[in-house]
Write a protein that binds this ligand. Structure first.
Ligand SMILES: Cc1cc2nc3c(=O)[nH]c(=O)nc-3n(C[C@H](O)[C@H](O)[C@H](O)COP(=O)(O)OP(=O)(O)OC[C@H]3O[C@@H](n4cnc5c(N)ncnc54)[C@H](O)[C@@H]3O)c2cc1C
Length: 512
């Protein structure tokens, strides 16, 4: 008999694994496939933000990851004279999600944790050493074809997620084209560790952007015990010349790093570019992560965008597989995520344009502009500038499509982050009593079918005051939050809970 998985996922990168875990935990059978027998070892992402920390917390990984992450101190942009042009203190203030603003890590460490978690998930089948070669679909099923141990193998599912990275075979097979967003620069990426028993001659909490037109350079933590240097390739420099240990050591010498005090863990050349797929879905096939969008790493958002895709797609597929939602809801994955991802790519490109200046006169002009802004006391960026989702499965006002607050609350079991002591999923929360009591029978049944939970976050239980401030800002007393931590909508008055749940119902569009 044909074995049909609920969802087949191409790519055991962070996007694929997160999607797989969220769907498997929702009770669906998932097969995840990768061409490599082991995790990808090269240096890539080193930072994720509070929203992603919340997604990883939803997977129950916060404690496992604790020894593998660090939090940054100060992020400074300096010019070639060493003058500070811009400074952001990551330690000041919390984040909207109730986690630290930023976490520093080594991507292979995090991928190892995701793989180990996936390996023991009962609903999840991991097929490694499997090169995906093609995709076909009928009205009801989708088949991923590939080669494993020299043999042709087909894996069949009801839905397919192509999380197979920048050169996605799934994207190409479905004819989903990439739109070039117009940025390209080559950089040498070098990860360094101290020699055994030693320390690096560098303050570990400092994140640096050296805006030197002679060699734009990024110096950041690469997670506990590691430092990352990124050196822009200059005009006329061959990538083969740049990508050698000798060249890496020559560039690191300016930072007092030598083979006597440091170990060169890895070096690789990357072409940083901005691009986004023009379409993210073809009937039963979705693309996610780097398969759907590519961003220069200047905003540290590529991996983050992939995990947002995972969170956004998994709850929709969960509802579709349970017969609770239909095609129109599935289409809102792209309509919401594509503009959001695009906004982050453009942010990163704008940062790249400031960082990657090689002309000394243009660099002086840039420095003068940044100096003036600093002297005028320009405020640092805040959560207020986070992009909202595109149109989709949320109200367009009353906070719909923005990130929901997460914070410390008091419960009978003690104090903790809301997600840990109350729960996650569809959450209806209010500052004026338990919204469950206000729901009609019909709405209570609908909300229960979605696995929704309700919570009273009256001021007395709002330990950090985050919820009280949030409701003030929303000008509402009840809010409906989705499993990906975005707000569906917010409302006030005795019928607020019913209004929100009924409205959510109209977005689900289950098919007969
Ligand atoms: C230098 C650098 C620094 C970065 N820094 C940051 C940062 O600080 N923060 C951040 O958020 N992001 C950062 N990123 C981006 C981040 O690394 C990527 O966005 C992230 O890895 C994308 O994850 P993914 O799962 O979508 O794709 P990938 O990690 O590329 O995973 C795709 C998987 O699919 C598999 N695969 C591909 N094709 C096939 C096939 N035909 N058959 C079978 N398997 C296949 C691959 O083996 C791979 O395991 C950085 C990237 C670079 C290069």
């Amino acid at each position: 008999m044909l074995n049909v998985y609920d969802v087949v996922i191409a790519g055991c990168g962070p996007t694929g694994l997160t999607t797989a875990l969220l769907l498997a935990r929702a009770g669906h059978s998932v097969a995840i496939i990768d061409r490599h027998e082991t995790i990808y070892p090269l240096p890539r992402a080193i930072a994720f933000d509070h929203e992603i920390a919340r997604v990883l917390n939803r997977l129950g990984l916060t404690e496992t990851l604790r020894p593998l992450v660090a939090t940054p101190g100060v992020y400074q942009w300096r010019n070639r004279h060493g003058e500070t042009l811009f400074e952001l203190d990551w330690t000041s203030g919390g984040s909207v999600s109730g986690f630290a603003n930023s976490y520093l890590f080594s991507q292979p460490d995090l991928e190892r944790v995701l793989n180990e978690t996936a390996a023991v998930e009962p609903n999840l089948t991991i097929l490694r050493g499997f090169e995906v070669t093609g995709v076909t679909q009928t009205e009801d099923l989708v088949t991923l074809s590939g080669i494993k141990n020299g043999e042709t193998v087909d894996v069949v599912g009801k839905w397919l997620v192509g999380a197979d990275g920048a050169n996605s075979l799934v994207r190409a097979s479905m004819g989903l084209e990439l739109e070039d967003l117009g940025f390209e620069a080559d950089w040498l990426v070098v990860d360094v560790k101290p020699k055994e028993g030693g320390t690096l001659p560098f303050d570990d909490t400092l994140m640096l952007q050296v805006c030197d037109p002679a060699r734009p350079t990024t110096v950041v933590s690469g997670g506990p015990g590691r430092r990352r240097w990124e050196f822009m390739a200059l005009e006329g420099e061959t990538l083969a010349d740049l990508n050698s240990p000798e060249r890496a050591w020559a560039l690191l010498a300016a930072w007092d790093l030598t083979p006597d005090n440091a170990v060169l863990e890895r070096h690789a050349i990357y072409t940083f570019r901005g691009a986004i797929a023009r379409k993210w879905r073809d009937r039963r096939v979705f693309i996610a992560g780097d398969a759907a969008h590519l961003t220069p790493p200047f905003a540290a958002q590529g991996f983050c965008a992939g995990l947002r895709d995972a969170a956004a797609l998994s709850w929709r597929l969960d509802l579709a597989l349970k017969g609770l939602a239909g095609d129109l809801l599935l289409d809102t994955y792209e309509s919401e995520r594509a503009p959001h991802a695009r906004a982050w790519v453009f942010n990163a490109i704008e940062l790249g344009k400031i960082i990657c200046v090689l002309d000394p006169a243009a660099a002086e002009a840039r420095d003068a502009g940044m100096r003036a802004a600093r002297e005028a006391g320009a405020p640092p960026p805040s959560d207020e500038i986070l992009p909202s989702l595109g149109k989709g499965a949320h109200w367009d006002d009353h906070g719909g499509g923005t990130l929901a607050v997460g914070g410390l609350v008091e419960r009978a079991i003690g104090q903790g982050h809301f997600d840990d002591v109350v729960g996650t999923g569809f959450v209806l929360l209010s500052r004026s009593g338990d919204p469950a009591e206000a729901l009609s029978e019909e709405n209570a049944a609908l909300f229960a079918s979605l696995g929704g939970i309700t919570a009273d976050v009256a001021a007395a239980t709002d330990v950090s005051g985050a919820y009280t401030a949030w409701f003030e800002k929303l000008d509402a007393d009840t809010a409906l939050v989705r499993p990906d931590f975005y707000v569906f909508g917010a409302a006030s008055g005795p019928d607020a809970a019913n209004e929100l749940v009924s409205a959510l119902g109209t977005f689900l569009n289950p098919q007969e």
